[in-house]
Design a protein around this ligand. Structure first.
Ligand code: DGP
Length: 114
């Protein structure tokens, strides 16, 4: 995707603070962190959001959630806990139209969100 900022990070056209990468996904720190630990996990395939998933894409979600489990342990937020956020479209507050999961930890998370 030509104008997608996350595709540019994935393609190493612009820098990202990368925590993990394999053939399917990348995890990198959010540029505007909302918690002491705040990273994004994104599929390398450009999929706009959860509503744009095709049947063959769902196995990506399994891989992504397994990786979040491992990264949470590595980054020391597993025991105290963390939050996974996926924003979809306008009312969900999605600003980058490339599917991504926020992982936030290192502080207590208020509920409900604003
Ligand atoms: P949202 O679409 O609202 O779920 O959130 C997009 C997030 O992406 C937001 O928290 C800020 C982050 N972000 C936007 N541009 C960049 C960037 O160039 N690099 C990084 N690392 N994060 C970005």
């Amino acid at each position: 995707m030509l104008d997608c900022i996350f595709c540019k990070i994935i393609n190493k056209e612009i820098p990202g603070d990368i925590l993990y990468e394999d053939n399917d996904m990348m995890a990198f720190k959010d540029v505007n962190p909302q918690a002491p630990v705040h990273f994004l996990v994104v599929p390398k395939k450009h999929i706009e959001n959860i509503m744009a998933l095709s049947e063959g894409d769902y196995e990506l979600l399994e891989k992504i959630f397994k990786r979040i489990n491992l990264l949470a342990k590595e980054l020391g937020i597993a025991d105290n806990g963390f939050r996974i956020v996926n924003n979809c479209n306008q009312d969900g507050g999605q600003t980058v139209m490339h599917l991504h999961f926020h992982v936030l930890g290192g502080r207590f998370m208020q509920w409900p969100p604003g």
